[in-house]
Design a protein around this ligand. Structure first.
Ligand SMILES: Nc1ncnc2c1ncn2[C@@H]1O[C@H](COP(=O)(O)OP(=O)(O)OP(=O)(O)O)[C@@H](O)[C@H]1O
Ligand SMILES: [Mg+2]
Length: 464
């Protein structure tokens, strides 16, 4: 148990305090005080070390992590308060309890200003020092818990690698991807062309336990019906005319990883039957082989067709549909989550500008309003292409997009105000998302106060 300090006795069973995760350094030139504190704390804390001077203390401090230092003020050489000053300056964030026999009010004030957690007069009772230590450890525990919780909250609220957007649709997509990433289940991604199905599939893979193994995308629509079986399962030498060498299939390369069957709706019916068998038996048989090979692969399939409709029309096998439809995730088109347009445009602008080696094109409110008013039939891919064009041209070719709603008439004015509000909303939320939800950082970048962000979020009904 107490492997960190074999010299000290183990903490007795039934001891009420659980301070085993904490380490303490006692610095006092009085032998009696040192051994008293060591005896008192040895079976409560994970590690207790003692030193007779600040110099000796520093030698230990440089070797071992301490959560708490109990420090005498009157030491030979450097005083406890001087050492405390140095410790804080060097960035030590642990607790320091100062103990002294000669207290005057100035020393006490200086000590507390220098960052002492407590100040105790000698002689003290055991419960006095134990209470002081408990307060320090409770505070340290809260700081740790708070840190862990904040990270969890940030993770829950924040996005998933590679997926930009803070709309409700994208937030719940990220939540869903995170939830199913750890499961072996087959996932079916549906959505119009360009909505980000492949981005989602890659994110799913990178968050899964298979992340270190291959992610193999296959475009089922791009391989001819004659070749697809051999492409997927491989073939043996002489399996068919032209098969002069044995060939591994994509399933083989995806072993242990994820196979992304894109455009699954285009898979020929004969191949659908074979794929169904693989999903059921988890075995593949290369073309021309008599041997079956076990596969350990997670299948993620995607389609921009309505697969249930394809089943009704007899173009997709119902049993395969049910096999794939274990977890069904539909990504909505960009026109149904216009609030993502600003963040996506900024993301692509920064990313592509760096790739192309050109400066990003500024996105003014009028351009943004126009981008947001457009319906994006090609979804995120179309937006990405437009941003790329803007970088090449040096301006946003928005004139090619339809006019946003007019602003002249009274109701037009209201509409314009609403559009402006929307621009502001998505801009603020976009920056907030980029800052991982950190309002102070977002406020700094936006040049507005944190309070304003909080007020706006409340106004927009966004939970904080
Ligand atoms: N939420 C997103 N965040 C960042 N980039 C995105 C997002 N959604 C899509 N993209 C980008 O948009 C482009 C199209 O995305 P993707 O290839 O994943 O779409 P798709 O749904 O697979 O389209 P298709 O059905 O045509 O194959 C890619 O360049 C991708 O990186
Ligand atoms: Mg795709």
């Amino acid at each position: 148990m107490n492997q960190r300090n074999p010299v000290l006795p183990f903490r007795p069973a039934g001891s009420s305090q659980s301070w085993q995760q904490y380490s303490v350094l006692v610095v006092d030139d009085e032998e009696g005080m040192r051994s008293f504190l060591q005896r008192t704390l040895a079976n409560r804390c994970g590690l207790v070390e003692a030193a007779a001077s600040a110099e000796e203390g520093r030698a230990l401090f440089n070797r071992i992590h301490f959560d708490l230092i109990i420090l005498d003020i009157a030491l030979p050489g450097k005083s406890g308060v001087e050492w405390l000053d140095e410790l804080r300056e060097a960035g030590f964030q642990g607790d320091v309890i100062l103990i002294t026999a000669f207290a005057d009010i100035d020393t006490a004030i200086h000590a507390l200003r220098a960052g002492a957690s407590d100040f105790i007069l000698k002689p003290f009772r055991v419960d006095q020092i134990l209470n002081s230590i408990r307060r320090c450890f409770d505070r340290a525990r809260l700081v740790r818990e708070n840190f862990v919780l904040r990270r969890e909250v940030a993770e829950l609220a924040g996005g998933v690698e590679g997926i930009v957007g803070s709309s409700e649709a994208i937030t719940s997509l990220c939540q869903m991807l995170r939830r199913v990433a750890s499961m072996p289940s087959t996932v079916l991604l549906q959505g119009e062309s360009g909505v980000g199905k492949e981005v989602a599939a890659r994110a799913l893979h990178s968050m899964s336990s298979r992340a270190q193994r291959p992610f193999v995308p296959v475009n089922c629509a791009a391989i001819s019906a004659e070749l697809i079986e051999s492409e997927l399962f491989g073939h043996v030498k002489g399996a068919f005319t032209g098969a002069s060498e044995a060939h591994h299939g994509l399933f083989y390369y995806a072993q242990g990883g994820t196979l992304f069957l894109d455009e699954i709706g285009d898979l020929p019916l004969a191949m659908q039957t074979k794929l169904l068998r693989v999903l059921e038996d988890r075995m593949i048989r290369p073309v021309g082989s008599t041997r079956e090979i076990p596969v350990d692969i997670r299948i993620v399939a995607a389609t921009n067709r309505d697969l249930a409709e394809e089943v009704r029309r007899g173009r997709f096998r119902q049993d395969l549909f049910y096999r794939l439809d274990v977890v069904n995730i539909t990504i909505p088109p960009l026109r149904e989550r216009r609030e993502d347009v600003a963040a996506l445009a900024r993301h692509f602008s920064a990313q592509l500008a760096a790739q192309l080696g050109v400066p990003p094109v500024p996105l003014d409110a009028a351009t943004l309003a126009r981008l947001q008013a457009y319906d994006w039939p090609g979804n995120v891919r179309e937006l990405r292409n437009l941003v790329e064009r803007s970088l090449i041209l040096g301006y946003f070719p928005v004139e090619a997009l339809p006019e946003p709603p007019p602003a002249a008439s009274p109701e037009g004015g209201a509409k314009a105000a609403a559009a402006l509000e929307e621009v502001e909303r998505s801009h603020i939320l976009g920056v907030l998302a980029e800052c991982g939800g950190n309002k102070s950082e977002a406020a700094r970048r936006l040049g507005i106060s944190r309070k304003t962000i909080e007020r706006k979020c409340a106004q927009w009904g966004i939970a904080q």
